[in-house]
Design a protein around this ligand. Structure first.
Ligand code: HEM
Length: 191
């Protein structure tokens, strides 16, 4: 039964909407919010800015993910659909020089594919089993540093998810659907 074991690679690979949602999350909340480069030789940026050798440049990945000129009028909306083909069936990546959460060019993040695999596996494992809601009254605040994280952690209510009806629909031949445990509510804190 598909809830009893971790998803196989092929199953994780098919989680197209989840990949779009994770990409949209990284666009608005990039794990690495800014990045610096050292200038080896005199150069001119595409907008005409001269950069002398020996200087360093910091670019804001956080801002690049929120620019109207790059992402359009709805740049601040969380809209996973911007990563999907019109029929919603395929993931359509944006150019890595536009979506810079993993850097771009020869120094692009070498762990990008592994990072997606890990994020999708963990998100699927948790979300298939639990419904998560932010604990009432909890203040979510970003904290900018080398990586972007949450100042007060993230206090969540965790509820068992009742998937028995969906599971029966998807696998009618498998009556061994595990009945979910009664709804429990716990609060966890992460930081
Ligand atoms: C969501 C997860 C991740 C994000 C957002 C991310 C982002 C980045 C960024 C922005 C850079 C460029 C840093 C720079 O040039 O200064 C980078 C480089 C790198 N990342 Fe990641 N990364 C992630 C996960 C991973 C994982 C899981 C691995 C390894 C398994 C990894 C391995 C690397 C390596 C080796 C580089 C250096 C590439 C080079 O300079 O040639 N990353 N990453």
């Amino acid at each position: 039964m598909w809830l009893a074991a971790p998803l196989a690679f092929e199953e994780v690979d098919r989680l197209v909407y989840l990949k779009a949602a994770l990409s949209e999350t990284l666009r608005l909340y990039p794990s690495v919010p800014e990045d610096s480069k050292y200038v080896m030789a005199n150069d001119v940026l595409p907008d005409g800015t001269f950069v002398p050798a020996g200087s360093s440049i910091t670019y804001s990945i956080y801002s690049a993910g929120r620019m109207k000129s790059v992402w359009g009028e709805d740049c601040l909306d969380f809209r996973p659909e911007r990563w999907l083909s019109p029929d919603g069936k395929r993931f359509e990546p944006h150019d890595s020089f536009k979506f810079v959460a993993f850097n771009a060019g020869p120094r692009v993040c070498l762990g990008k594919d592994l990072a997606y695999l890990q994020m999708k596996s963990i998100a699927a494992a948790v979300l298939l089993r639990y419904r998560l809601t932010v604990a009432p009254g909890h203040r979510i605040e970003q904290k900018m540093s080398l990586t972007l994280f949450m100042k007060n952690g993230l206090r969540m209510n965790v509820q068992d998810r009742d998937l028995s009806s969906i599971a029966t629909e998807l696998s009618p031949s498998q009556p061994d659907v595990v009945a979910p445990a009664p709804v429990a509510e716990v609060v966890v804190a992460t930081c």
